[in-house]
Design a protein around this ligand. Structure first.
Ligand code: FAD
Length: 480
């Protein structure tokens, strides 16, 4: 009788990492097997927690030898099922959590993949610099996960997404080799840009163990406003005028529909109504500057004053203190969470050209409302990036399971409109499992073919996070 290919693997990993860092008990695995919204639940042989890049390389080499899949996991806050294992070993990066170096003059930090985003932000701030990536999950998500998903968030308008914030990477490849690409260079034209292959690859091409990140001057001043207007089209006109007047000082322009604000005020503890009246749409606007004497409030008051006179802005309030600014941001930050209080939510994370974002919201809202009377559209998010979280809350009183069974039908309605507007079916959350099959319908077939070519070249035995993003022939279906 032949020994199973996995026999001895767990022991070999434990011998190198220490028994405490190779976890197999069901209760300890539980938190690693399910995605943050509970949409996917998987299974695994073990969770391993290497403490160095060399140990990550050892784990991958051993798993490759045994033909056992490796699913990297950061904070497990991903929203597309990308980190859920279906067999094999979960490789947690949590113990790789050192800030290796910080160079304020070069404006770079070399950080390990398991640093939480918050820890990176704090390290930058301690050196009077800014690491601008900012997500509501920043206390738990890790920089490796942020890069693997090419995360976006609320500062993309000014600073770009995770891809724009990285200069170099260290990556463990599918055969266990370590690629050291930790260069902090603004200019490096020495052939293919390898780091870009691993950013947004969701752990399917390599395991990111460290990164060189870009830092920026730390803003010394912020001004925040919350404004009400008549429509998404009005919000677009306001955005354009603010950008023209304020340039790079405009760091956020977030969109909230009336329904979104209503449910935040109803369900979020301590949320305070920001404006006296009701409006069809709202925008949260932030200006910031590294100059301590910049007159941001004055600039904001002047532009908004003009927009109120023209009737584009119906009403506005400005945060008079940091506490008031935080209270305004709280309304936006709670919007994702409170939706679950209203029942089932069918979610889409899409991008269109900024010039078409209002057209998209209007057209997709009408189409979805026509497809299901009583449906409540919650289209919100990073309007200034053309990125809308187009979420659909179930009609009041409808059975939740029956409603969620309609997800495919709404995917078709929403994603067809996105495609017609030359947009993308995934703006910032990634593909994972939830959009893997959808991707084939909307991405250029040549691009899909190139993605398969890259996957086969970098991971010929399909060891790294198999079945996610691109599926090779004969692999598990997305509906698991
Ligand atoms: P995980 O969830 O652990 O993993 C995500 C994917 O990356 C998986 O496929 C995993 O296999 C892979 N991976 C993880 N680490 C590595 C590594 N070191 N090397 C290679 N592959 C790896 N996302 C946004 O973009 N913008 C938002 O505004 C935003 N807001 C959020 C708010 C909340 C409340 C929550 C719960 C999530 C939010 N997200 C947002 C989604 C999520 O936080 C991001 O996708 C984040 O980047 C995931 O990081 P993580 O460490 O949790 O990764």
């Amino acid at each position: 009788m032949h020994a199973s290919p996995t026999a001895g693997l767990v022991d070999a990993l434990a011998a190198r990492l220490g028994r405490a860092h190779v976890v197999t008990a069901e209760t300890d695995l539980a938190g690693h097997l399910v995605e943050s919204r509970g949409l996917y639940r998987g299974h695994a042989l073990a969770v391993v927690r290497p403490g160095s890049t060399e140990e990550v390389a050892f784990v991958v080499a051993e798993c490759a030898r045994a033909g056992v899949p490796v699913v990297p996991q950061g904070g497990n806050t991903g929203l597309v099922g990308g980190g859920v294992p279906y067999g094999g070993v979960v490789l947690s990066l949590a113990r790789l959590n050192r800030i290796r170096a910080l160079d304020p003059i070069n404006a770079t930090a070399v950080v390990e993949a398991g640093c939480t985003l918050k820890a990176v932000q704090d390290a930058a701030e301690a050196a009077d610099r800014l690491f601008p990536l900012s997500l509501a999950s920043e206390g738990s998500c890790q920089i490796g996960g942020n890069l693997a998903t090419n995360a976006g968030g609320t500062s993309v308008l000014r600073y770009g997404n995770a891809r724009d914030l990285v200069l170099g990477l260290e990556v463990v490849l599918a055969d266990g080799r370590i690629w050291n690409g930790l260069k902090g260079l603004r200019k490096d034209n020495t052939g293919y840009d390898l780091k870009d292959l691993f950013v947004g690859a969701e752990g399917t091409l390599g395991i990111i163990t460290a990164a060189v990140l870009k830092l920026y001057p730390r803003p010394k001043l912020r001004a925040t406003a919350f404004l009400g207007c008549a429509s998404a089209q009005a919000a677009l006109a306001i955005f354009e005028r603010l950008r023209e007047a304020c340039g790079d000082q405009l760091t956020a322009f977030e969109y909230i529909p009336r329904f979104g604000l209503e449910i935040v005020l109803k369900h979020a503890h301590g949320a305070v109504r920001p404006l006296a009246g009701d409006h069809a749409a709202y925008a949260l606007v932030e200006l910031s500057s590294p100059q301590a004497d910049a007159d941001l409030m004055g600039a904001l008051e002047t532009v908004l004053g003009g927009l109120i006179e023209e009737g584009l802005v119906e009403d506005a309030t400005l945060g008079a203190s940091e506490a008031q600014n935080r209270a305004l941001w709280y309304l936006r930050e709670m919007l994702s969470e409170v939706q679950r209080n209203e029942g089932g939510s069918i979610k889409h994370d899409v991008a269109v050209p900024v010039s078409r974002v209002a057209d998209f919201i209007e057209e997709a809202t009408l189409a979805c409302e026509a497809a299901m009377p009583g449906l409540r559209v919650c289209a919100f998010g990073h309007f200034g990036d053309g990125n809308i979280h187009f979420n659909l809350t179930q009609p009041v009183g409808m059975d939740k399971a029956a409603y969620l069974a309609e997800w495919e039908r709404f995917n078709r309605i929403v994603h067809d409109i996105v495609a017609r507007l030359d947009g993308s079916i995934s703006a910032e959350h990634g593909i994972g499992l939830i959009k893997r099959d959808e991707l084939r319908l909307y991405k250029d077939p040549v691009a899909i073919d190139l993605m398969h070519t890259l996957k086969r070249a970098l991971d010929p035995h399909n060891i790294l996070n198999p079945g996610k993003v691109v599926a090779l022939e004969g692999e598990m279906p997305a509906a698991l």
